[in-house]
Design a binder for this molecule. Structure first.
Ligand SMILES: Cc1ncc(C[n+]2csc(CCOP(=O)(O)OP(=O)(O)O)c2C)c(N)n1
Length: 342
């Protein structure tokens, strides 16, 4: 059986993590406008799957699209310029982090939840007709899995034997909704019912993701049709940067002081909803925070820390230092170009 190259996988994970941290820093400094969704926690899923990527394969991505694009080899500075809204960015500053697109890399992302499934099916149909052997990868979250367009894509991909790999990154949440509370049955079994292999993997263990993805990709390249990978992973930075729910359980005292007064004011202000209803809403917020807090252990499962255990200390330090320098160089290149435009 083939074995994964752990150093190569860890290098990709480290590059993604440091890139995401660099974006978080720019966002904190007010240089990235709007919401910012990071893929911190998804690195092992992305690295394990995309290690099988070849020239001519396509990527259909969701709102956490920067890690796959880092792995794909898109220029890091042009992505940073893009998320900062600069003309010299990957999409001339018009896409932002949720709508990154690179024709050269056959990769596109969208903030429309679930849209990566039909986009990937289109890529896969083109591959089937024009370049047999090429594969399309669709990445989406568990929250997207109940969207009709995802189910239609699973169906057509199976009926037409499209060379597509569906990758569901299961962090158990869709913003503040627990996926379990709105999902019937098991997502992997659901995909299997469309007539395709479905693999459930621990998405914090890069070597396990790599094995499952290898089977899916081999099947797709051989023209035998799509597969589905359900990979569990933690949502380490909340739904978006500055996620208030995450802040509450990270620094409960400070946040209670901050959000207590406005919440109390809202409760006591001239009522739009009946007091009993507003108490109910408050209860919902409390329950969501408690649930997130209860799932705290998930945050401890850092795919990078797990990956590092598979390496020698020397290799880990060397790989991380190279990845850090690469990202730092991209940040200074982006800032320099941005400075020139000011
Ligand atoms: C069609 C559509 N519906 C709703 C939204 C609002 N929205 C943005 S992200 C998100 C949650 C997505 O959850 P999931 O796919 O599990 O990804 P996660 O954010 O958990 O990684 C929702 C509902 C949207 N962008 N598009």
């Amino acid at each position: 059986m083939m074995k994964p190259d752990i150093e190569r996988l860890y290098r990709q994970m480290a590059r993604m993590r440091f890139f995401e941290e660099a974006q978080a820093d720019l966002w904190d400094r007010g240089l990235i406008p709007g919401e910012m969704h990071l893929g911190i926690g998804e690195e092992a899923v992305v690295a394990g799957v995309l290690d099988h990527l070849e020239e001519g394969d396509a990527l259909a991505l969701d709102h956490r699209s920067t890690p796959p694009l880092v792995a794909r080899g898109v220029d890091l500075a042009s992505m940073l310029l893009e998320v900062m809204g600069e003309e010299e960015g990957l999409c001339r500053g018009m896409g932002g982090h949720m709508h990154l697109f690179s024709r050269e890399h056959l990769a596109g992302s969208s903030g429309i939840v679930g849209s990566s499934a039909p986009l990937g099916a289109g890529f896969a149909l083109a591959a089937q007709c024009l370049s047999p052997g090429a594969v399309a990868f669709s990445f989406f979250g568990d929250g997207a899995a109940n969207q009709g367009l995802v189910l239609e894509s699973l169906n057509l991909a199976s009926a037409w034997k499209l060379p597509q790999v569906f990758v569901c990154k299961d962090n158990r949440w869709a913003i503040t909704t627990r996926t379990r509370s709105v999902t019937g049955g098991c997502l992997a079994r659901r995909a299997a019912s469309f007539g395709m292999p479905a693999y459930r993997v621990d998405g914090t263990q890069v070597e396990k993701v790599w094995v499952a993805a290898g089977k899916a990709v081999r099947r797709a390249r051989a023209g035998r049709g799509p597969s589905f990978i359900l990979a569990s992973c933690p949502r380490m930075e909340g739904h978006f940067l500055g996620d208030p729910l995450l802040r509450v359980y990270r620094e409960p005292l400070k946040q209670t002081v901050e959000i207590g007064p406005p919440l109390a004011r809202a409760m006591l202000s001239k009522p739009l909803a009946a007091l009993i209803q507003r108490c109910g809403y408050l209860g919902n917020i409390g329950r969501t925070i408690a649930t997130l807090g209860g799932e705290r252990y998930l945050l401890a499962i850092d795919p990078l820390r797990r990956g590092a255990k598979l390496l020698s200390e020397e290799a880990r330090a060397r790989i991380e230092s190279e990845a850090k320098s690469e990202v730092a160089e991209a940040v200074s290149r982006a800032m320099e170009r941005r400075g020139r435009n000011d």
